[in-house]
Design a protein around this ligand. Structure first.
Ligand code: ZN
Length: 148
C-alpha cells in the first residue's frame, strides 16, 4: 500500500493543540474516503519512505554512507522519545550536517507530527498551501510504499 505522509518542513516545529486539530481536520476533509492516521510528539521522529529506502548519502561530498555508520548516527541522536539533536558530523568528510539533510534515495525526513493518508487517489493541488495558511508554517509530503 501507499501511505502519503504530510509533515512540516521544519523538523522541530510543534503546533499548539488547536492548530494541530485544525490541520488534521483539514486533511480528513480533503481525503473523505481514505483512512487517516496521525501522531504528534515532543521530539522529532524519523518519517521513512517505507520499503524504498535503500541508500543514504552525504549531502556535502556525495559519498554513500555505510549502513552501520548511518545506524550509529541514528542511535546516537535518538533519546527515548525521539531525536533530540539532529546535528551530526558526517563520517565521510567530517563536516557538520544534520540527519534531516542527508540524501535518502527516496525522500525521508524528521518531524514532530505527521498525518498519514492510506492509498490516496487524488491529492488536492492546493493542499500544502491550504495547510500552510492554517498552520503558519510550511509542509511537505513523504510518499512511503509498503508491501501488504
Ligand atoms: Zn561527506
Amino acid at each position: 500500500m501507499t501511505i502519503l505522509k504530510i509533515i512540516p518542513t521544519d523538523p522541530y516545529v510543534l503546533p499548539d493543540e488547536v492548530t494541530y486539530r485544525r490541520i488534521v481536520n483539514h486533511v480528513v476533509k480533503s481525503f473523505p474516503k481514505c483512512e487517516i492516521a496521525e501522531g504528534i510528539s515532543q521530539l522529532p521522529q524519523f518519517v521513512d519512505c517505507g520499503d524504498d529506502l535503500e541508500g543514504v548519502s552525504c549531502p556535502l561530498c556525495g559519498a554513500e554512507l555505510d549502513s552501520d555508520d548511518w545506524s550509529m548516527l541514528m542511535d546516537a541522536s535518538y533519546d527515548d522519545e525521539g531525536f533530540s539533536d539532529l546535528n551530526i558530523i558526517t563520517p565521510c568528510c567530517h563536516k557538520a550536517s544534520t540527519l534531516n539533510d542527508l540524501e535518502y534515495n527516496a525522500p525521508c525526513a524528521f518531524s514532530c507530527f505527521e498525518v498519514d493518508i492510506a492509498d490516496p487517489k487524488k491529492i488536492p493541488p492546493t493542499l500544502l498551501k491550504d495547510l500552510e495558511a492554517i498552520a503558519g508554517f510550511r509542509f511537505q509530503t513523504i510518499v512511503a510504499e509498503y508491501q501488504d
